[in-house]
Ligand binder design. Structure first.
Ligand SMILES: Nc1ncnc2c1ncn2[C@@H]1O[C@H](COP(=O)(O)OP(=O)(O)OP(=O)(O)O)[C@@H](O)[C@H]1O
Ligand SMILES: [Mg+2]
Length: 200
């Protein structure tokens, strides 16, 4: 199946799941916050849920409560992402897709300096392939991971277990997930347990 047909299929599955999944977001946060990857990460990028995506607010609260720094993506006209700090109470403003973003004057971080990136997805498979909404934003932003898969940040999908596909098509620009967090488990695909910092 092509990406567009798979998106349709997994959008429908996600809608069904979201209608019944009351505790999934909290359970996914329990899975992640008990993991060494979370304990060892200080600069963590997350996203705000859109449509039927799993709620990320419990995770954002957990990041704040652990005295870690939370970042949210800001879409660029280059169709890549920048990441800005997000603190409790900060004002957010909607972008062209009505997704809330930090103000442009918030403190930014070089994506290579992030420790962990919590990524939205429509579907994933057991080898770490990721199907997103089709803009290629995350692929562009983390293109350096293609040649440096063991370099920071660790890229983790955050979604319902129902979004696992038997196998996904992938294009040359697609960046692999290092792992996925669901209400059931934290599953790492990348054998690297630690992610190196980029050269200075
Ligand atoms: N590194 C890149 N350089 C140039 N174009 C890119 C790059 N990465 C992705 N693209 C473009 O982005 C488009 C969408 O890619 P893709 O279908 O993989 O999106 P996606 O991974 O599902 O979306 P997203 O990451 O935004 O959720 C592709 O048509 C591709 O041309
Ligand atoms: Mg892609």
């Amino acid at each position: 199946m092509h990406k567009s047909a798979l998106r349709k299929k997994f959008y429908a599955i996600r809608k069904q799941t979201a209608a019944h999944a009351t505790n999934a977001a909290k359970e996914a946060v329990s899975q992640l916050s008990a993991h060494a990857l979370f304990a060892n990460s200080h600069h963590i990028a997350c996203y705000l849920a859109f449509r039927d995506e799993i709620d990320t607010l419990p995770l954002i609260r957990a990041i704040w409560q652990s005295n870690k720094i939370c970042y949210l993506p800001i879409l660029q006209t280059t169709r890549a992402l920048k990441f800005a700090q997000y603190h409790e109470g900060d004002l957010l403003k909607p972008n062209q897709f009505s997704i809330l973003e930090p103000e442009n004057n918030a403190s930014m971080i070089d994506p290579m300096r992030l420790d962990l990136v919590i990524m939205p997805l429509v579907a994933y498979d057991k080898t770490g392939n990721r199907l997103g909404t089709g803009g290629g934003y995350y692929d562009r932003t983390f293109a350096f991971k293609k040649t440096h898969p063991h370099q920071k940040p660790c890229l983790l999908g955050f979604t319902y277990a129902s979004q696992e596909a038997m196998g996904l098509p992938h294009d040359p620009w697609d960046i692999l997930l290092d792992g996925v967090v669901t209400e059931k488990t934290v599953h790492l695909f990348n054998r690297s347990a630690t992610f190196r910092s980029p050269p200075p």
